[in-house]
Design a binder for this molecule. Structure first.
Ligand SMILES: [Zn+2]
Length: 402
């Protein structure tokens, strides 16, 4: 499911909703700061300079951090510039008890100028804050157009386009409507989803380059590196593959940031999972019923149906605070929350931490999902594929899923 909800930059009401979250004060402070960092990054992308005042969330985070430091006898953070410095330090250097959210002491909120995945998860733990208002309006408009026209195929084509082409040229954009006529319904909207590639991404040789892993635009030459991707997993991946190349006079466009982050990136894991399951002979439908969930897997026995929702969050504890039950439409016999395999690298215990938090929130009456191992499961996506294979071979298919 796409998870995007409105959060007008700086609106105090939205943050009041966040304050009602049952998060420990230590984590709530990080949530505010992370939210403010994402809002600030969005402003920088649009205006390329910081206009004051700072986002309300950032100021609120700084104030609460200082109140916390004062109470506990720690030195105060004297300015916003000092706070940015803190955001580049590992959480173990902060006075806060980050372990309350199963965060790692080596986690940082900013990697140089890029908000990290942990920063993203901390910001998104409130359901109000996942994408900005314009992205939510865009997604709502796509839903309503496709639903009104009863065109599930247009909806699927739109999701595939964003996953395959976070960056494209004028020519490729127009070709898509010939290749996938069902997209024509959304033509006007799709033009608005892409923005011209900025000069900031243009390399000295007059080309734009796309990341070979996530396909997003690379940024040129920073700190002696030839190029850098905005996605932290790509930055940590050894560079074996050649980047994609685009001539600057081809009308290069890229998806707007929120659509890259909330549709394009997690979508790559959704498509991977669907491909792996269909290789096993399972009939797979992506985003059924206009995104009721991500993958509907129908087994050859005609009775077994698995519903899978892919959740690409850096932190399982924060995800558990956010997650909603998977709808029964289309009906399923088993449902999975699946996490991209890359998350195992930094959090091998991810499914267990997610399940334990979901269950304790449910017991406390503040959560909606119980991971019971009867109907609801939590697993890395590669383990979902292994479980499906075991199920097909006559086992229960429960291996390695908890
Ligand atoms: Zn990348």
């Amino acid at each position: 499911m796409i998870e995007a909800h409105q959060s007008p930059d700086g609106e105090a009401e939205v943050l009041l909703a966040s304050e009602k979250l049952r998060l420990p004060e230590d984590i709530l402070i990080l949530h505010f700061i992370a939210t403010g960092l994402l809002q600030l990054r969005d402003r920088l992308e649009q205006d390329r300079f910081i206009r004051l005042p700072y986002p309300y969330a950032l100021q609120r985070g700084l104030d609460r951090l200082n109140a916390y430091c004062f109470r506990k006898g720690f030195p105060l953070v004297l300015s916003m510039v000092e706070l940015f410095e803190w955001c580049r330090r590992p959480l173990s250097a902060w006075p806060l008890n980050y372990e309350l959210a199963e965060l790692d002491g080596t986690d940082v909120l900013l990697d140089e100028t890029f908000p990290t995945g942990i920063c993203d998860s901390l910001a998104c733990v409130s359901s109000d804050i996942e994408a900005d208002l314009s992205e939510q309006l865009f997604i709502d408009a796509v839903f309503s157009l496709c639903k009104k026209a009863k065109k599930q195929e247009s909806y699927v084509a739109f999701r595939r386009l964003f996953i395959e082409y976070p960056v494209l040229t004028d020519l490729t954009f127009h070709e898509q409507f010939l290749l996938y006529p069902s997209l024509k319904l959304l033509k006007e909207l799709l033009s608005e989803a892409y923005e011209p590639a900025t000069e900031e991404c243009l390399f000295d040789d007059g080309y734009y380059y796309g990341c070979p892993y996530c396909k997003g635009l690379l940024l040129p030459l920073r700190n002696g590196q030839r190029s850098v991707c905005e996605n932290e997993f790509c930055r940590r991946t050894p560079k074996f593959q050649q980047p994609l190349q685009y001539q600057s006079d081809q009308g290069v466009k890229r998806l707007k940031r929120g659509l890259r982050r909330y549709i394009s990136l997690p979508g790559q894991a959704e498509v991977w999972l669907a491909q792996q399951l269909s290789v096993l002979g399972i009939v797979v439908e992506l985003w059924p019923e206009f995104d009721s969930y991500d993958v509907c897997a129908r087994f050859p026995d005609g009775k077994t149906v698995w519903a899978i929702d892919v959740k690409d969050w850096a932190n399982p504890y924060l995800l558990a605070h956010h997650v909603e039950p998977i709808p029964h439409n289309p009906p399923w016999t088993r449902a999975y929350y699946a996490f991209p395999e890359k998350r195992r690298l930094f959090h091998p215990d991810y499914p267990r931490a997610f399940s334990a938090t979901c269950n304790s929130l449910k017991r406390a009456g503040t959560g909606h999902v119980e991971i019971d191992g009867m109907h609801y499961y939590a697993a890395f996506d590669a383990d979902v594929v292994a479980a499906a294979q075991a199920y097909l071979q006559g086992g229960k298919g429960n291996a390695n899923t908890r």
